[in-house]
Design a protein around this ligand. Structure first.
Ligand code: URA
Length: 210
C-alpha cells in the first residue's frame, strides 16, 4: 500500500479554515470541494491513459486520453458526497458509484446499507472518497468490497487521517494495489473516536445534524 500525505501551503491554509469551529456549512462545503480538487490532482497521478493522435493548427502530434474502462469514483455516504463535485470537476468522464456504510452497534463492524456499483469491477481503477480516516473500519470495508468485485487498483482520498486508522489500513491492505492520499495526518483519535485536532463530525458540518 502506498501513502501520500499532501504537503502544500494552499492545502494547509484551506484545512485550517475547515478545522475552525466557526466556519459555517456553506463555506465548509465549498472548501471541502476545493480541497478535494487539489487532492484529486495527486490521487490521479497514475490514472490510466492511452495514446491518441490529434492535429493541432500547426501539425500532427500524439497526446493521451483517459483509457476505458473509465475510472470509477465511489463516495462513501454520507460525508463522502461532499467530496464528489471536487473530484468529478477534475475528471468529468469518470463514472460514479455509491456505497453507504454504517457502524453496526452490536458487532461494531461496518454494515453496508446502500450500494450502487457495477457488478463487475474487473480492470477498473477506483477512487474512494471518505473525508475522515478515523479507526479505518469503514474505509477498509469499502476498499475490500471493491477489490472483491475485481477492482485492480484502488485509491482512497481522505481530507484528514489519524495514525491509528492509517496503521489499520496499512495492515489490512498489505501487498494490495492500494494508495491513500491524505490532506493531513493528525495526532490521534480521542476516546470518542474523533480525530484530534480534526474538524469534528464531517457529515454534520457539511449537512447539519440529522
Ligand atoms: N468521523 C468524523 O466525521 N470525524 C472524526 O473526527 C472521526 C470520524
Amino acid at each position: 500500500m502506498r501513502v501520500h500525505v499532501a504537503d502544500h501551503p494552499l492545502i494547509t491554509h484551506k484545512l485550517t479554515v475547515l478545522r475552525d469551529k466557526n466556519t459555517a456549512a456553506p463555506t465548509f462545503r465549498a472548501l471541502t470541494e476545493e480541497l478535494m480538487t487539489l487532492l484529486a490532482y495527486e490521487a490521479t497521478r497514475s490514472v490510466r491513459v492511452e495514446a491518441v493522435d490529434i492535429e493541432t493548427p500547426v501539425t500532427k502530434t500524439t497526446g493521451v486520453a483517459i483509457s476505458s474502462p473509465k475510472p470509477l469514483v465511489v463516495p462513501i455516504l454520507r460525508a463522502g458526497l461532499g467530496m464528489l463535485e471536487g473530484m468529478v470537476k477534475l475528471i468529468p468522464t469518470a463514472e460514479v458509484g455509491f456505497l453507504g456504510m454504517v457502524r453496526n452497534e452490536e458487532t461494531l463492524k461496518p454494515d453496508t446499507y446502500a450500494e450502487r456499483l457495477p457488478d463487475d469491477l474487473s480492470n477498473r481503477q477506483c477512487f474512494v472518497l471518505d473525508p475522515m480516516l478515523a479507526t479505518g473500519g469503514s474505509l477498509i470495508a469499502a476498499i475490500q468490497y471493491l477489490l472483491d468485485r475485481g477492482a485492480t487498483d484502488v485509491t482512497a482520498v481522505c481530507i484528514l487521517g489519524a495514525p491509528e486508522g492509517l496503521a489499520a489500513l496499512e495492515k489490512a491492505m498489505e501487498g494490495r494495489d492500494v494508495t491513500i492520499v491524505l490532506g493531513a495526518l493528525d495526532e490521534r483519535l480521542n476516546e470518542h473516536g474523533y480525530i484530534v485536532p480534526g474538524l469534528g463530525d464531517a457529515g454534520d458540518r457539511l449537512y447539519g445534524l440529522v
